[in-house]
Write a protein that binds this ligand. Sequence first.
Ligand code: F3S
Length: 394
Amino acid sequence: MHLTKEEEGLLRGEEGSELAEVFEAVVKVAEVLGATRLVKVSHAHISGISYRNLGVEGVEFLEDLASRGLRFAVPTTINPAGFDLSLAWEMGVRPWEYELQMRALRALSSMGAEMTLTCTPYLLRTPCFGEHLAWAESNAVLYANSVLGARTNREGGPLSVLEALVGRAPYVGLHTEEGRRPTVVVDASRLRDLVDKEGHYAALGYLVGELVRSGVPALRNPPRGLRAPENLKLFLAALGASSSVGLVLIEGVSPEYEAGEGLETLRPGEEELRGVAERWALDDFDHAVLGCPHLSPEELVSLAQALSGVSLKKEVLAFTSRWSAQRVPEAVESLRKRGVKVYYDTCMVVGNLSALGVRKCATDSAKAAYYLAAQGYEVALMPRSALLRAVAGG
Ligand code: F3S
C-alpha cells in the first residue's frame, strides 16, 4: 500500500491517536480490497442512519466515535432517518424510538454531518465529472457514477463514516479508470417501446439488475423516456435494489458511455419485463406511497399539478427532503390541501409505515416494492402515471 507523506503522518498519530486508529482501519479495508493506494474524496454520504437500521449498537458506535472528538474531514451528508423530525408523534413514534434516533443524529452532527436526511444528496450539491466521493446509498451512488460521471464505490454505511473522518477511500473499483469499463451489454431494443408506452422505468431497472447482478452494464438502445430525471431516478434505484451494480453506462445519458463492442450482450424481451412489472400486484390497496428515491422539487410540482382538482380515492403518502420542499412551498401546500401526507427526513422503507396504518400499498418504485414486501407489506408496483390515475377520483 502506497501512502503519501501526509498519510504516513496520520497513521503515526500526528493528528491524534484517535484519528490514527480510524485511518488504520481504512487502510486495512483498502488492503483487503486490493487497493494500492487511497484517494482523497471531496464529499461523503452516510446511509443506514435510521434508528431502525442502527439499533442500539449502531448508535453506540457513532457515539463512541463522536466522544473521541473526531470530526468529519470533508462535507458529509446523511440519508433519511426513521421519522419526520417535526411530525414524530403524528407518525406514531414511541419515546424510546425518538430518543434512539436523536442520539444518532446528535453524534453525527457533533462530528460535523449536515442534517440533510435525504437519499438524493446530488440534488443539494451536484458532484462534478471525475470528482471522487465516498457515498453509501445505492441510488445516489448509481446517480453520481452513471449520470454525472463522478466516482464512488457503493460503500457500506459504517465504512462511509470512517472514510468521511479521514477524507479518503480505497482507490479501487469505480474510482479507477479500469473499474469503470463495461463488463456486459444489455440491449433494450426489444422492450424499449413498451417501457415508454406504459412507463415501466422502475421495472426495467430491476430487470437489468436481476440479469447482470454485478459489474458495469452498458445499456444500449434505452427507452427515450429514460432521459427524464424522474424516470432515471426510479430506474437507478431499482437497479441498485436487485444487484450490486454501482455504475450503469446508459447510451445518451452517461458521459462515459461505451458501446461495449465484443462483450456478452443480453437482449431481454417484453415477457421478461412483464415478469418484473407484474411481480408485485394487488387487486386493491389502501395507500399510495411515492418518493423512493426522495421526490425532487420538480417532481413535487408535477405531482401537485397532477392531483390538482381531484378528490383522492386513496391515502397518498409522499416522501421528500426538507431541502426539496423548501424550494417549492406552494406545491407542498397544494398537495397537503388535497389531502396528501407529505413527509420530510424519512422514507417508506426506513420509517414505520404500519404505524401510519399502511397494510396494502401501491408504489411506483421497484426498490420500495422489494423492501416493503420483505417487511411483510402487501405491495403493488405501478408506473407513476397509472398510480396517479388510480388515486385520482376526478
Ligand atoms: Fe431513498 Fe428510502 Fe428509497 S432511502 S432510495 S426513499 S428506500
